[in-house]
Ligand binder design. Structure first.
Ligand code: V47
Ligand code: SF4
Length: 366
């Protein structure tokens, strides 16, 4: 193979051989590959891993986002979303949220609910919302709340994490999105979101969800003050948990966006950094089925490019219903994509577009 000729005699030769043979690389090897390989080599390897796992399929779903409130008891330094002092916030009523469900198109299969950690709303408030949503659309998949929202609403209802998750499942929760992971390293976490649950608490909540049969997603927030070592450490903690439970559906890198938040002075990392991060995630997370490019955050063009660097999932059509990235300065200020656009983007790179449900069962192949 030409790539083997290219890396012959270099620091990364043995690591590249391992990946080609389908073997797992260690944390040290991950750091070395990240620091020493250029993007063409990372692209080749990530593409190989992606193809072995997913062939020529690129997945998406049809989904709607509900962001119940931007009131939040926390004030993460990277966040543009939470209501700051003197700003006008929002707080949807139950009926307003249910109206969004009533208005949504028939073919939408998932509702994604994430917002701020509201000081007063508790588990039963949200649980009853889930029940009402399922009365309107019995087959809809409810993917809701980051780990910090769940741990807070459980606490407010005087329940342990396990009891809270079990109660939410009973009310109709089907899976948990990947937010709130940020960066697990405690020193960095203390600097960017000092009040939030720790990395270990995030991992414990997801482990408990998996044990209760609730699948979850995982994210990393990259491109602020963390180093390559912190990124690989983050991947490694996720890989270890996935080995134990197998409960993660997908990994979603989230690029730090700089507008309207306290870390804006850092600026944003380059597209080359984005590509390397996605490729390294695909190579290192050998036990994750899917890597998602969340296009409202990273942009449609770069998402399409990332299909050649390990990505096999495009999230969903979204229907104009999220603000978290438009507030942080994403290009697309009112994100929505038609199925036709989504399929076209995927076919342009010679892949097959596949509509999936929230747990990767195939609904339609295009
Ligand atoms: O936890 C906040 C991130 C997350 C910024 O599971 C920021 O399918 C970049 O988790 N720049 C919430 N990122 C969103 C989330 C998510 C999104 C899409 C799909 C899924 C899924 C999950 O957004 C937060 C935080 O890590 N975030 N502010 C910012 N300025
Ligand atoms: Fe609140 Fe989430 Fe923003 Fe942190 S990232 S301030 S928890 S809305």
């Amino acid at each position: 193979m030409i790539i083997e000729e290219i890396v012959k005699g270099s620091d990364i030769e043995s690591i590249v051989h391992k990946i080609i043979k389908g073997e797992r690389i260690s944390v040290e090897e991950g750091v070395s590959l990240y620091k020493n390989a250029d993007i063409s080599i990372l692209g080749y390897l990530a593409n190989l891993v992606r193809e072995r796992k997913n062939g020529d399929k690129v997945y998406f779903n049809k989904n709607l986002h509900i962001e119940p409130t931007n009131q939040c008891i926390y004030s993460c330094k990277f966040c543009s979303y939470y209501k700051k002092k003197g700003e006008e916030g929002w707080e949807f009523s139950r009926e307003q949220m249910l109206d969004k469900v009533r208005e949504m198109e028939d073919d939408i299969t998932e509702v994604h609910i994430v917002g701020g950690v509201h000081p007063r709303w508790d588990l039963h408030y949200y649980g009853e919302l889930f029940q009402d949503i399922k009365k309107i659309r019995p087959n809809i998949h409810i993917k809701a709340f980051t780990a910090v929202e769940i741990s807070y609403i459980a606490k407010r209802s005087k329940m342990s994490v396990k009891e809270g998750l079990a109660a939410l499942k009973e009310y109709g929760l089907d899976s948990i999105p990947g937010g709130g992971a940020e960066i697990f390293d405690e020193e960095i976490r203390q600097k960017v979101c000092p009040h939030k649950d720790t990395g270990e608490e995030w991992l414990y909540l997801h482990k408990t969800a998996h044990e209760l049969g609730i699948p979850t997603n995982a994210t990393i927030l990259y491109g602020h003050i963390e180093s390559i070592e912190h990124r690989i450490d983050h991947f490694n903690r996720l890989r270890e948990l996935q080995d134990q439970t197998g409960g993660f559906n997908v990994f979603i890198p989230l690029k730090y966006k700089k507008e309207n938040n306290e870390l804006g002075y850092l600026g944003e990392v380059s597209v080359v950094e984005d590509i390397k991060l996605y490729a390294m995630a695909r190579i290192f997370l050998d036990n994750f089925g899917h890597i998602k490019a969340y296009w409202p955050m990273i942009g449609k063009d770069i998402s399409q490019l990332l299909l050649s660097f390990g990505v096999d999932d495009f999230d969903g059509t979204i229907n104009d219903s999220t603000q978290i990235y438009s507030l942080a300065g994403a290009e697309d200020q009112s994100p929505s994509m038609s199925t036709k656009d989504m399929v076209q983007m995927i076919e342009e790179v010679g892949r097959k577009a596949v509509e999936r449900d929230s747990i990767y069962n195939i609904i339609e192949e295009f």
